[in-house]
Design a protein. Structure first.
Length: 277
């Protein structure tokens, strides 16, 4: 099997980024910047493609490179990840040992202690009720199986979109909805810094508003209970001084806005029909 790392970035130098991330596999970089350009070259013996374009939005960026992927296995990536030396071998071994898995989720050490990630303790099946804790950079997929289901990233959620995050949750939710099998595995692939973000500016009113919209998308009839459970289970998210009921009110505003504007679907939410690629 062959692996490609699909890296979404903005305004970066591709060659320097590959060194920073310690890429040791084939890779495709989507670089949102001020120009249109395509570059292909070899990096430590691996094939690399860089697509530069002016459009903004992390979902759009991921879809651009996801549509161009041609490896058996794809690992989605952000530009603040640094991989271990044997990350490719770990990923391919995981899929080889679990031929039933369509999607695997991996661990990363987080350098920012204020934004620590959930650590997977053991191999387990991921269902709809425990699928909301994994960032996109933790997701690896069997390309053909996921593409056959025509799954791509939302253009309404994520950095640079109307709602500032959640494209990862929606991607996994769509995989489950189409009957794909997702497994979480306790293997570490490297570290993530989470130091700078173009969308995350603290646990503000907009943060909770956008979370409400996300729950409305995922669970329209249960969005309000999910908001309450979210606030109860994550009291540290209110350290910016937003009281419980004010945060809940912001989440309800997000629910109402989403259901009022987008509940019937978002035109052109996906970049293209991936089954035709």
């Amino acid at each position: 099997m062959r692996l490609q790392v699909l890296i979404a970035t903005q305004g970066q130098s591709g060659h320097r980024l590959l060194d920073q991330m310690q890429i040791r596999s084939d890779a495709i970089i989507g670089n949102q910047c001020g120009r249109y350009e395509v570059e292909t070259f070899s990096f430590h013996g691996y094939d690399v493609q860089i697509y530069s374009y002016r459009e903004r939005g992390v979902g759009l960026n991921r879809n651009h490179i996801w549509m161009r992927a041609d490896a058996d296995i794809c690992l989605f990536a952000d530009d603040d990840v640094r991989y271990d030396d044997h990350y490719a071998e770990k990923i391919l071994t995981g899929f080889s040992k679990h031929p039933e898995a369509d999607v695997l989720l991996f661990n990363f050490h987080c350098k920012n202690k204020t934004r620590e990630e959930y650590i997977i303790p053991k191999w387990k099946r991921v269902r709809w009720y425990n699928s909301l804790r994994y960032g996109t950079y933790r997701i690896a997929v069997r390309t053909e199986r996921v593409r056959r289901a025509n799954i791509a990233f939302s253009l309404l959620f994520g950095g640079g979109a109307r709602y500032g995050s959640g494209e990862d949750c929606i991607f996994l939710h769509d995989c489950l909805r189409h009957g794909l099998k997702i497994y979480a595995c306790p293997i570490f692939l490297g570290e993530v810094s989470h130091q700078d973000s173009t969308w995350f500016h603290g646990y503000t009113q907009k943060f909770f508003h956008d979370k409400g919209a996300l729950f409305a998308h995922l669970f329209p009839r249960l969005a309000k209970p999910f908001c309450l459970v979210f606030l109860i289970r994550h009291p540290s998210f209110r350290t910016d001084g937003l009281p419980f009921w004010k945060a809940y009110h912001a989440m309800k505003g997000g629910i109402q806005e989403y259901l009022g504007k987008y509940s019937e679907g978002v035109p052109c939410e996906k970049t293209a029909d991936l089954r035709q690629q």
